[in-house]
Structure formats: structure tokens, C-alpha cells
Design a protein around this ligand. Structure first.
Ligand code: NDP
Ligand code: MG
Length: 391
């Protein structure tokens, strides 16, 4: 029986994880569930899964959660804040931690899980982009396992050999990171200025949280995934090629020296990578129907348009620059996306804000958690000021 903590249980990834878990009650047991504000949803999940702990980070919601749980799951203990998240991410009874909090708020509990030698199912790409080497080092030192559930990285994982150590040793020449192109794949550059929040959040193939939906629309999501792939698989930026694939059936590919290219294909449903990572090295049902390849008919591939999607170029440049550039990219993007969601800046200004922040913030060598956090905070302050001044 695998005991699980789901960080960010009420989000789009969290809900999909619990869907897979509910199909295998003999294999998985929920130890803890967490949310930020949506305590009604968390309480309903606790009623179904009866976890030992429920964690809420928004202090103003604690009373309400306790009241709800008295009826829904009286034995579930309520914990609060980042300390609560870190406790359930590192408790010795836990085998597996699903890191599905959105944004940099996921960093500390994910790092805690890594230091405690857990199997981590990583969705929270922002924590890897911010503190990649610290996180990878913590996993290696503690003997933990890092399994990506971001669909592209899970696909790459599946296309690599079991004992993968480095691209060189396994004869990997290149990784082809696929991207749907988002809702504005064929929208002309001029009209991008008028994009509304609702349009940006309406992804053609995936139903996701609002932040990642906007990231997909700007293609910053693919940029963050580019950095994520470098860190997870020890790839240099030159070994990754972004390919637009509108159908979202091929979730990424690995090219080998001998001319072979391996791909992972499935319907676009996050329960497939989640089930793969949960059951690995075995396989379990996910609830996703198998691919009907004949009725799929077409699989199209094209190069990305860096001019219409400047966030993608900014992220690739940050990957090449290394150091604190990915931290600045991630933090300024979180602030800019938030400003766009609050109708404070235009869609096309997200990339302009990030570009300004990358020029403004002094770069450092972020080799401790303190330095990472201070660079993240500084970038947020500077970005807020830049938005006030320029937009
Ligand atoms: P959602 O916005 O749907 O869910 C986010 C979760 O994090 C919720 O449980 C939310 O709680 C919680 N949360 C938000 N802010 C905080 C905070 N400050 N402190 C603690 N918890 C917080 O996001 P998604 O599920 O879409 O995405 C989660 C992560 O997974 C992101 O990093 C994203 O990039 C990644 N990912 C998502 C994919 C998808 O298909 N959705 C695909 C691949 C990666 P509450 O509900 O109370 O607000
Ligand atoms: Mg992805």
C-alpha cells in the first residue's frame, strides 16, 4: 500500500490524482490533502478519502475547514500554513508526495519531500525552475525518486532507458519537446493585444488551472518546460527542440544516435502520466481510453513562431544564461500573469514585463535556498514597480 500526500489536492492536477487513486483503493492510501483557500472542496475530498491530515495555507479559512471536517471526516487533523505543508511532505509514514501546488509556493514542501527521500510526483515545474540544482541534489543525496507528471516530461521519461544517467551514456542525441501551441497558435500578432482573460484560459486540448492556462497561451509554459527538461534529464539547451504539435497526442520524443526516434502517444488526459508515475515501474488503469490511432488520422508537426511567442525565446535564453536567470524569469512571469488575470496589463505585455525584469534584476549564483528565495522576492518587488512605472 503506497501512502500519499497530495499537495494542491483541490487543483486540476490534484483532482486528477484523486480520480486515479479512487480506482485503486487497495494500492494507494491518502495520508494528507492540502489546499490554499478552497476548503469546501477539500472537505469533500476528506469525506471520500479520510486522510490523517488536511492542510490549509490561508489562515482565514482554518475555522471553516475545522467546522466542515467535524461532519465530513472527524478524525482528520487540520494543520496550517507552510509548516503544515512541510510536515505532511516529510512525515515518515509517507511514501509518495504529489507536488501539485501552483507557482513558487510549492518550493518549500517539495524540497522538504526531496530531502526526506520521498518518491515525488512533480507537477509544480516552477519549483524546479527556481531551485533546480538544489532540488535535484536533495533527491540524489536522500535516495529519493523524482518522477515527472508534466505530460511532456513523463513522455520523455517513458522513452528513456530504465537505467538512464545522462544523454551521452544512453546515446541520446536530442529531445523533441512537443507543444500544442495553445489557444493562439494561429492568431495574428496584431490582434494578440486584445486577448481577454477568458480567451487566454480556454485551452483547446487541456483543462487546467488559470496560471498554467495563461502560460500555455503565451508559450511561457513551454519555456518553463524547456528548463525543466534540462534539469530533469541533464540535457544542454542545444539538445532540446520545441516542436508544435496541435493534436497533443505525441507528448514528446527522444532521438537516439542510431537514427531511432521514440515517442509516447496517448489521449490528452493527465490521468495517463499520473497513473504511470504512481504505479511505476508497474502499470495500472488510469480511466483514460486507449488511443484510436485510425480515427486520429493526422499528426501534424511544425516549428514554433518565436516572434509571436517571445516568452518562449526569453525562457530559452534564461536556460542558456543559467545562474539566477530562470528564477527571475519565473518570478516576474508569476507577477505578470497575475497582473494580466486582474486586468492590470495586456496579454502581450506579459512578455514585455518579463523582458524588463530580466534586464533589471542583478544576477547572482543561487547556490543556497536563502539566495534563491531572496532573488525570487527581489524580482517580485522589482516587477511590481516596473508594472506601475511602464504600463
Ligand atoms: P490549480 O490552480 O488548478 O491548482 C493549484 C493548487 O495549488 C490548488 O490546490 C490550490 O489551492 C493550491 N495553491 C494555490 N496557491 C497556493 C499557495 N499559495 N499555497 C499553497 N497552496 C496553493 O493548478 P493546476 O493543478 O493546473 O497546476 C498545478 C501545478 O501543476 C502547476 O505548477 C502547473 O504548472 C503544473 N501542471 C499542471 C498541469 C495541468 O494539467 N493542470 C499539467 C502539467 C503541469 P486552492 O484550490 O485552495 O486555491
Ligand atoms: Mg506540460
Amino acid at each position: 500500500m503506497q501512502k500519499l500526500t497530495v499537495l494542491g489536492a483541490t487543483g486540476s492536477i490534484g483532482i486528477n490524482v484523486l480520480d486515479v487513486v479512487s480506482q485503486h483503493p487497495k494500492k494507494f492510501k491518502i495520508f494528507a490533502l492540502t489546499c490554499n483557500t478552497r476548503v469546501v472542496e477539500l472537505s469533500a475530498q476528506c469525506e471520500q478519502f479520510k486522510p490523517y491530515f488536511a492542510v490549509v495555507t490561508d489562515i482565514s479559512k482554518v475555522k471553516e475547514l475545522k467546522k466542515l471536517l467535524k461532519v465530513a471526516s472527524p478524525n482528520t487533523i487540520v494543520l496550517v500554513g507552510t509548516d503544515g505543508l512541510c510536515k505532511v511532505a516529510s512525515d515518515k509514514s509517507v511514501d509518495t508526495v504529489v507536488a501539485a501546488i501552483v507557482g513558487s509556493a510549492g518550493l518549500l514542501p517539495t524540497l522538504e519531500a526531496a530531502e526526506s527521500g520521498k518518491k515525488i510526483l512533480l507537477a509544480n515545474k516552477e519549483s524546479l525552475v527556481m531551485a533546480g540544482s538544489l532540488l535535484m541534489e536533495a533527491v540524489n543525496l536522500s535516495g529519493g525518486i523524482l518522477m515527472p507528471i508534466d505530460s511532456e516530461h513523463n513522455a520523455i521519461y517513458q522513452c528513456l532507458p530504465d537505467q538512464y544517467v545522462s544523454p551521452k551514456e544512453s546515446g541520446v542525441s536530442k529531445v523533441l519537446l512537443t507543444a500544442s501551441g495553445g489557444p493562439f497558435r494561429s492568431r495574428d500578432k496584431k490582434s494578440m493585444r486584445e486577448v481577454t482573460v477568458d480567451e487566454a484560459c480556454a485551452h483547446p486540448n487541456w483543462k487546467m488551472g488559470r496560471k498554467i492556462s495563461v502560460d500555455s497561451a503565451t508559450m511561457m509554459n513551454k519555456g518553463l518546460e524547456f528548463i525543466e527538461a534540462c534539469l530533469l534529464f541533464g540535457l544542454s539547451p542545444d539538445q532540446i527542440e520545441v516542436v508544435i504539435h496541435p493534436q497533443s497526442i505525441v507528448h514528446s520524443m527522444v532521438e537516439y544516435l542510431d537514427g531511432s526516434t521514440l515517442a509516447q502517444l496517448s489521449n490528452p488526459d493527465m490521468r495517463t502520466p499520473i497513473a504511470h508515475a504512481l504505479a511505476w515501474p508497474k502499470r495500472v488503469r488510469s480511466g483514460v481510453s486507449s488511443l484510436d490511432i485510425v480515427s486520429t488520422k493526422r499528426l501534424d508537426f511544425e516549428p514554433p513562431d518565436f516572434e509571436r511567442f517571445p516568452c518562449l525565446s526569453l525562457a530559452i535564453s534564461a536556460a542558456r544564461a543559467g545562474g539566477s536567470a530562470p528564477i527571475v524569469l519565473n518570478a516576474s512571469n508569476e507577477v505578470a500573469v497575475n497582473a494580466f488575470l486582474n486586468n492590470e496589463i495586456l496579454f502581450t505585455q506579459i512578455s514585455e514585463v518579463v523582458e524588463l525584469a530580466l534586464k533589471e534584476v542583478v544576477s547572482i549564483e543561487p547556490n543556497t535556498l536563502k539566495l534563491v528565495q531572496s532573488c525570487d522576492r527581489k524580482t517580485r518587488d522589482i516587477t511590481l514597480k516596473l508594472i506601475k512605472k511602464h504600463f
